[in-house]
Design a protein. Structure first.
Lengths: 238, 440
């Protein structure tokens, strides 16, 4: 029988890689003599979370559909009984349908980048519909759309960074600080563009960015420089 | 037998999910050291066949509004490579993660169980059954060897063969069967001394095992008119007393509380149950060291009489009723899990392990059928790590050998050294082994 030279276990005749450590199994050679009852090297074990099956996902969506149908019916009936027309209830209906679509997207889409894209599009659409119903399309163009796009542009890299960074810690907090700083500058510019004075920067956003920028840099420094020599989990554990 | 899709946690297990942490993993372990290297593919096949026989272990922990529950989990565990530090953290609250695992290295096969599903006796039965399945799995069912082995294994009541259906009594929470709401609650215990010392980094767990001849330790215990567990507990007390005296000499000020050892007792034989879930109670012999120094004979005498008094079935039922009363209380039952988690953590801290200085868990004698004895060299029971106690001790006897295993989260090894040197001073030869070489 072939042996794994690293784990010292016997494997089946046709096995090429060890089922425990994935190491190559030599074709020939004597069984290894590993000392002691415990391995010298530490192997990381991974526990895969069981994701919901499609049937379970559908059940959850049915549950929410049923749940949301109650407030939708109530607002519709109240609106009809009060004004004999569908008026203000449309706003509530758009909001509830938007949340329902958000839940459905979250349940069925697994790719992070697609999820971010769809959520941005959804928020933009809901906002557009509400503004169209209210007859305030100019407000959508002036405020809602730029703010939503700006938030999406800043949140997406933060989320992707947090997902793909190998060691999560202060670096994620640092990234968020920088994003908040940039968002404040963006809001300030937007206020300037939409105000009569046409003054692009009012100063407050620069103060916020000047405060958050170094904090973010400090967090990154702590994470990437000090973190190599210090175990944060050990240092801060309660 | 049709088995349910989900289970309530048993009375003792209710506590564990709330207190799980990276250090307090609640995992304990039974290791089997074989004469030959483990055949890992064969073990995988044995697990595939055997695990469905234990539906109460083939589960995953789920959060409810009021309690944690165990839900059926179709996964079969694959053997994983062993670790230098056993009983390391396993995310059992994660969906789909089985609350036990099988670890392999060279000639060692080990099963690590979370206390949320069973106790040492349940784990030992599973381990024996796994070994039997490992022996049978690659044989043709119509061969004479298979038939002979099958007959031999089916005669052992502690081996559950994979083709035998589980019995209803195995699923039972035996605590509930012995609950009597009219029994008054026992008195509250005193505060006790705790071992001082720096903790090892998270993820590390030091194991030191002393292998000694069972016959000699037994006859030594008999010469002191005590059982093996009573004698070992007394030696443990003696070592704790010595440590307390050393600490006392260094630091004069401070409150010096008594010393207490947690001794879990398997209730299956006393209260006649075949439950495969947790069914044990804790006895807490106490030595009031504030009254002066005790020599070993005095300690043995005290421990022996304490055990005899406490092992009375009325006393045990009083403890069971105290534990179950909390769970059946209607107000507690309807309080949300979030609040319960906070409450249970406090109960665990103040009324759980905080009442003890040390722990000695003797699983007794493991008896294997001859065809399994052929392949098994030694057995070992590693107790679960404890952040409160620091060090815990487990004992398991097999083929004339007693293996006393200390699992420790502390940097210091004073307790282990004192216990083994005390046994050595009685002329008992001890072979020490462990996972620690001091390189980290």
């Amino acid at each position: 029988m072939p042996y794994c030279p690293y784990c010292g276990v016997e494997v089946d005749q046709d096995t090429s890689n060890c089922p425990l450590c994935d190491g190559n199994i030599p074709k020939e050679g004597p069984p290894p003599l590993l000392k002691g009852d415990y391995p010298r090297k530490e192997h990381q074990l991974y526990y895969k979370r069981r994701s919901f099956t499609s049937e379970e996902r559908r059940t959850v969506l049915w549950f929410f559909s049923l749940l949301f149908s109650v407030p939708m019916t109530i607002v519709l009936v109240v609106d009809l009984l009060r004004d004999w027309a569908i008026s203000w209830s449309l706003f509530a209906l758009v909001g509830i349908i938007g949340i329902w679509v958000g839940i459905a997207v979250g349940l069925f889409i697994r790719k992070a980048w697609l999820l971010m894209l769809l959520y941005s599009a959804l928020i933009l659409t809901v906002s557009l519909v509400i503004n169209l119903l209210a007859g305030t399309f100019y407000l959508f163009l002036a405020w809602n759309m730029p703010i939503i796009l700006m938030a999406a542009v800043l949140i997406t890299p933060c989320a992707l960074y947090a997902k793909f960074t190998s060691r999560k810690g202060f670096n994620v907090a640092g990234m968020i600080m920088w994003a908040i700083g940039l968002f404040c500058i963006g809001i300030d510019v937007l206020i300037g563009l939409n105000s009569e004075s046409r003054q692009f920067l009012h100063g407050w956003s620069l103060i916020v960015a000047a405060a958050l920028g170094p904090v973010g840099a400090l967090l990154m420094y702590v994470h990437y420089r000090l973190g190599k020599t210090m175990s944060f989990r050990r240092f801060f554990h309660a | 037998m049709e088995h349910p899709e989900w289970y309530r946690l048993d009375n003792t297990a209710n506590l564990y999910p709330s207190v799980i942490s990276r250090r307090n993993t609640t995992l304990f372990r039974i290791s089997i050291h074989l004469h030959q290297p483990v055949q890992v593919d064969r073990l995988t096949r044995a697990l595939q066949k055997l695990v469905p026989r234990f539906p109460y272990y083939q589960v995953h922990l789920r959060k409810g509004a009021f309690w944690y529950t165990l839900e059926e989990n179709p996964r079969i565990p694959l053997p994983v490579i062993d670790s230098k530090s056993p009983c390391r953290y396993m995310p059992i609250k994660q969906r789909g993660v089985l609350p036990f695992r099988v670890r392999v290295f060279s000639r060692t096969m080990a099963v690590e169980f979370s206390h949320a599903i069973t106790d040492g006796t349940g784990a030992l039965i599973f381990t024996k059954s796994l070994l039997a399945a490992y022996r049978l799995i690659d044989l043709a069912p119509d061969s004479s060897e298979y038939k002979a082995l099958y007959r031999e294994f089916s005669e052992d009541p502690e081996i559950f063969l994979f083709d035998q259906p589980p019995k209803a009594e195995e699923f039972k929470d035996a605590f509930l069967s012995h609950f009597d709401p009219t029994i008054p609650t026992p008195d509250q215990e005193k505060k006790v001394f705790h071992l001082p010392g720096r903790k090892l980094p998270i993820g590390q767990y030091r194991v030191i095992t002393g292998d000694m001849p069972l016959k000699e330790v037994r006859s030594l215990a008999k010469s002191h008119n005590a059982s093996l567990t009573e004698f070992l507990t007394a030696v443990y007390f003696d070592a704790l007393q010595q440590i307390q005296e050393i600490v006392k000499a260094d630091k004069v000020r401070g409150r010096w509380n008594p010393v207490s050892v947690m001794v879990p007792v398997n209730l299956r034989n006393i209260l006649f149950s075949r439950s495969m879930r947790n069914f044990f109670l804790i006895l807490n012999p106490l030595l009031d060291t504030r009254l002066g120094h005790y020599d070993l004979d005095e300690i043995i005498h005290k421990v022996h009489h304490f055990m005899q008094t406490q092992l009375d079935h009325r006393h045990l039922k009083q403890q069971i009723s105290r534990n179950v009363k909390g769970v059946v209380n209607p107000l507690l039952r309807i309080s949300p899990l979030l609040l319960k988690n906070i409450g249970l953590k406090m109960i665990y801290r103040d009324f759980g392990e905080n009442r003890f200085t040390g722990s000695l868990s003797n699983l007794g004698m493991a008896v294997f059928p001859p065809s399994l004895e052929e392949i098994v060299r030694t057995l070992e029971f590693v107790p679960p790590p404890s952040t409160v106690l620091g060090v815990k001790c487990g004992a398991l006897s097999y083929r004339g050998h007693l293996r006393l295993t200390f699992g420790s989260l502390l940097e210091e090894t004073a307790l282990e050294r004192l216990v083994f040197s005390k046994l050595r001073s009685y002329g008992i030869p001890i072979h020490i082994s462990g996972n620690w070489k001091g390189e980290e």
